[in-house]
Design a protein around this ligand. Structure first.
Ligand SMILES: C[S@@+](CC[C@H](N)C(=O)[O-])C[C@H]1O[C@@H](n2cnc3c(N)ncnc32)[C@H](O)[C@@H]1O
Length: 281
């Protein structure tokens, strides 16, 4: 069984700080996610008997959906942050799923034998890790021959919106600086295919696609702008921004105001582009 000590006894130079943390404003975004809106590129590959590893599963809503799609198989949700697994377990229990378990671990050094899983999946995780190529090598190692490694990440520089509310460019610039100072790469979506090649996947083993989320209805605008406004002033992202000398609390409040202004505009729209890779092992 993977456990925390397996991670802590190996001081990886790859370790990065998870920029968002698990504040309620962050989980508000993660728990909206489903296999349909976040892993559609993978669903055609799934068969009812499959064993799936969902790395960086967070509060586990995608994990639970995957478990429902493999009723004769099993899903293991793996997290570096043990505190969020309580919520993940409650989600699975609430849906009456008995073929899902949750463990702690680190994608850079997975505590599983080689060829353990049919599908090894990570959604919005590689952008936060210190060594995504090493992570992909580990994901390939624990995947059975004939199985797939499936990864999807947003690309922050490719996020786009209307209208050009003053302050939102500053949000994106600050996010880039804080995430990179924490050892991550926020423009991960465009890099996934290059990272997979560097990890040793042949060109013809990689299927590379893109998909997007967009927010425009009053409910979507209120939810997206509200969670970013709150994250900007109240999550661990806010603390890391201030403690790292990237922004003052006043500047964070101005960015939160810009988010609320965008959300209040009836003609507003926001687009989030994601890169996706399905790598055949
Ligand atoms: C943006 S969240 C995505 C959560 C979930 N996959 C989803 O899409 O809703 C990224 C998750 O990856 C986890 N994480 C970060 N670095 C990790 C690592 N090295 N190994 C395993 N999990 C990690 C974080 O704790 C966080 O819960």
């Amino acid at each position: 069984m993977p456990h925390e000590s397996a991670v802590h006894t190996q001081e990886h130079h790859e370790s990065a700080v998870y920029t968002h943390g698990h504040h309620e404003s962050v989980l508000r975004s993660h728990t909206w996610r489903t296999a349909a809106n976040s892993a559609a590129y993978l669903l055609g590959t799934l068969r009812p008997h499959m064993e799936i590893l969902d790395i960086g599963c967070g509060p586990g809503t995608i994990t639970a959906d995957l478990a429902a799609l493999v009723p004769d198989g099993r899903v293991t949700g793996l997290e570096r942050a043990p505190e969020v697994l309580e919520q993940a377990r409650a989600t699975a229990e609430g849906r009456g799923l008995s073929n899902v378990r949750f463990v702690t671990g680190d994608v850079h050094a997975l505590d599983f034998p080689a060829a353990s899983f049919c599908v090894t999946h990570a959604h919005q995780v590689l952008q936060h890790v210190g060594d995504p190529v090493r992570a992909l090598r580990e994901m390939r190692r624990v995947t059975k021959p004939g199985g797939v490694v499936a990864v999807r990440d947003a690309d922050y520089a490719a996020m786009t919106w209307y209208p050009a509310v003053q302050g939102l460019d500053g949000w994106l610039d600050l996010y880039h600086r804080v995430a990179r100072a924490n050892g991550g790469e926020p423009d991960a979506g465009r890099r996934l295919r290059a990272w997979a090649r560097e990890a040793g996947f042949a060109d013809d083993a990689i299927t590379s696609t893109a998909s997007a989320w967009s927010y425009a209805t009053p409910e979507e605008r209120a939810w997206w702008s509200g969670l970013w406004a709150d994250r900007t002033v109240a999550s661990s992202y806010a603390r890391l921004a201030v403690d790292g000398g990237h922004a003052t609390e006043y500047e964070l409040r101005r960015i939160a105001d810009a988010w609320r202004e965008w959300g209040a505009r009836e003609d507003a729209w926001f687009g989030v582009l994601h890169g996706e890779i399905l790598c055949r092992v």
